[in-house]
Design a protein around this ligand. Sequence first.
Ligand SMILES: C[S@@+](CC[C@H](N)C(=O)[O-])C[C@H]1O[C@@H](n2cnc3c(N)ncnc32)[C@H](O)[C@@H]1O
Length: 176
Amino acid sequence: MSKTVEMKRVWAMPNSDTFTVPPIGEIVQRYLARSTVSVDPFARNKRWATHTNDLNPATEAEHHMDAQQFLVQLAADGVKADLIIFDPPYSPRQISECYKAAGLEVGMKETQNAALYKRVRDAIPPLCTDDVVVLSFGWNSVGMGQRHNFEQLEILLVCHGGAHNDTICMAERKRR
Ligand SMILES: C[S@@+](CC[C@H](N)C(=O)[O-])C[C@H]1O[C@@H](n2cnc3c(N)ncnc32)[C@H](O)[C@@H]1O
């Protein structure tokens, strides 16, 4: 049975650099402060985690690979992380913009966000320590979920006003 968690809701200006939004940056920093090895496969210019990656070579991330390939490579290198940050593009349109910004061809297949989320999430478990926390950001609260044997720790809804979608921030840990 799924656990019920408390939800908090705050208001903040929107920003496409997600962690620049103060209450979202605060959540990430709070979990980073307890972490020894962290991984951010969609980092853009935030080099907050131990291992950072972004598809776009013009960003300040350490590596520039597809997120799934990056996670598979880290696992093959024997990396074990206690914090994984999952902040992908939130819609097919955003995926398309990211691919174009990275100078890559984009077709129907690449823009399917459900397919992107699934293949990247499926690459997370081999990297995880037993006490791992996964932070997910987006427009739904699916997260790693029961399918990957995770339970929710907290949910923060960040309302941005007007007709903007809220940013849904979720922390989950591996079930003990
Ligand atoms: C929502 S932004 C991340 C923002 C970042 N967390 C911040 O606070 O500034 C998503 C990033 O994912 C990158 N991206 C998109 N598709 C990707 C893929 N398949 N693999 C790796 N990175 C990807 C984009 O270039 C974009 O910078």
